[in-house]
Design a protein around this ligand. Structure first.
Ligand SMILES: [Zn+2]
Ligand SMILES: [Zn+2]
Length: 427
């Protein structure tokens, strides 16, 4: 699902596969852009089996139910009459058909455990992608050939998630994400240094009695930020202070907490809801909660889409020089968060098209805690694998273009393909 578009414009191009028989749908992870239209895909491809990890299924069902509520509201707010695209009941029925698969096990497309020596059967295998809870890369094998899809991947440790564990043997076709293709890794950047810089910035904000808004994705970034705040308090870098998150984020955080012992992760015993004990805001309370210094608001959406908690709250503090907004990850340049980051202090920005533009007076700072691999780590991985073909997906055009040029120069034996949606690629 396109994260920024609405209605028909947000849907995948189902037309291209309308006349095909589709055997299976393999879900890499439960972010909206990957799982957001799964019920529609299942409606259109009734014969397809659906495979994902158990964690992705758990998160995905919560996300899709939330999505029905959001779409039902948007039907009124933006007059999108096709919404909701599916119902709660449809999700309940659909999710009963999802098959849970463990990592690192070859499974036939029929859903049976496959033996290594059955070379001709089409099989898949999930690998830990280190991106968010449940995230995977997918290996397809058939007739002695291999195709590996990275999904969204991170090759570095985060505060909770650990680096991806991907196949290192020869792969024939690599399908790779390019999210960070247009940003070089900053010289000397380490996550530990960046965490310290965030702790210092928070301390400085508290000093001026500022409150701090951190716009985040509900899944992944929220839990990573909460884990950082937990560490800052425990290391006595910061005093006790109130933390606020949204309702959807709290549901995902509960799932992270429930699955601590089943997940390969850092801080394996940390139960965020209990130890960090954030207060939970909803669509109503975010409008009237008192804005006080010394509080941290870790609110979704990460791109500050209009009407979401981070957007509503940002509009309350943006004109006040006392307060701060800290960005900690990726935002599409055309999204409200992207535009806010680009606009100079004192400039005007309209975070919600239904409201008048506002002048930016608050303090804005940027940090780099992306859940996606650096472009350097993606290139390194492609070089180690040296596939016959590389398909570049999941990136803004400049990001994809940088990856294409670099891979073409550095991997002369690989054919680099940027696929056009709706056209068939011969592998
Ligand atoms: Zn993702
Ligand atoms: Zn994605």
């Amino acid at each position: 699902m396109h994260p920024k578009n609405t209605g028909e414009d947000a849907l995948p191009n189902f037309k291209a596969i309308a006349d095909m028989e589709v055997d299976a749908i393999l879900m890499s992870h439960a972010h909206q852009d990957h799982i957001g239209t799964l019920p529609l895909a299942m409606r259109r491809l009734p014969g397809a089996r659906i495979f994902m990890t158990e964690a992705t299924a758990e998160v995905g069902s919560v996300l899709l139910h939330n999505s029905v509520n959001v779409m039902t509201r948007q039907r009124e707010e933006i007059g999108e009459m096709s919404y909701p695209l599916f119902t709660h009941r449809e999700i309940d029925r659909a999710s009963e058909r999802w098959r849970w698969c463990p990592l690192r096990q070859r499974i036939s497309i029929a859903g049976e455990r496959a033996l290594q020596r059955e070379k001709d059967t089409l099989t898949f295998e999930f690998f830990d992608a280190g991106h968010v809870l449940g995230s995977t890369g997918v290996m397809l094998r058939a007739e002695g050939q291999t195709i590996f899809y990275t999904g969204d991947v991170n090759f570095d440790d985060q505060t909770i998630m650990q680096t991806a564990v991907f196949p290192e043997q020869k792969i024939d076709v690599l399908i790779m994400e390019c999210t960070r293709g247009d940003h070089a890794k900053p010289e000397g950047w380490t996550r530990a240094d960046e965490e310290r810089r965030l702790a210092k910035a928070l301390a400085a904000a508290f000093e001026r009695e500022a409150c701090v808004l951190i716009p985040v994705f509900a899944l992944g970034k929220t839990q990573e930020v909460l884990a950082m705040l937990y560490k800052f308090r425990r290391q006595r870098l910061l005093p006790e202070f109130p933390i606020y998150i949204g309702g959807l984020s709290s549901k995902f955080t509960d799932i992270y907490d429930r699955r601590t012992h089943m997940t390969r992760r850092q801080l394996p015993r940390l139960k965020l809801m209990r130890e960090v004990a954030p207060f939970v805001l909803n669509d109503e309370t975010v409008r009237d909660t008192a804005v006080r210094g010394g509080r941290v608001y870790v609110l979704s959406s990460g791109m500050m889409i209009p009407k979401t908690l981070s957007n509503v709250f940002a509009r309350r503090i943006i004109e006040n020089p006392q307060h701060s907004i800290f960005f900690v990850g990726y935002a599409n340049p055309d999204s409200p968060a992207g535009r806010l980051r680009e606009t100079e202090e004192g400039g005007e920005v309209a975070l919600d098209p239904d409201k008048p533009p506002q002048r930016i007076r608050c303090n804005i700072e940027q940090f780099q805690f992306s859940a996606h691999g650096t472009r350097e780590s993606l290139i390194d991985y492609a070089k180690r694998i040296s596939p016959k073909k590389i398909l570049l997906v999941h990136g803004d055009p400049p990001a994809v273009e940088w990856m294409r040029t670099t891979l073409s120069n550095e991997l002369s034996g690989s054919e680099v393909i940027v696929p056009t949606p709706g056209t068939e690629v011969h592998l």
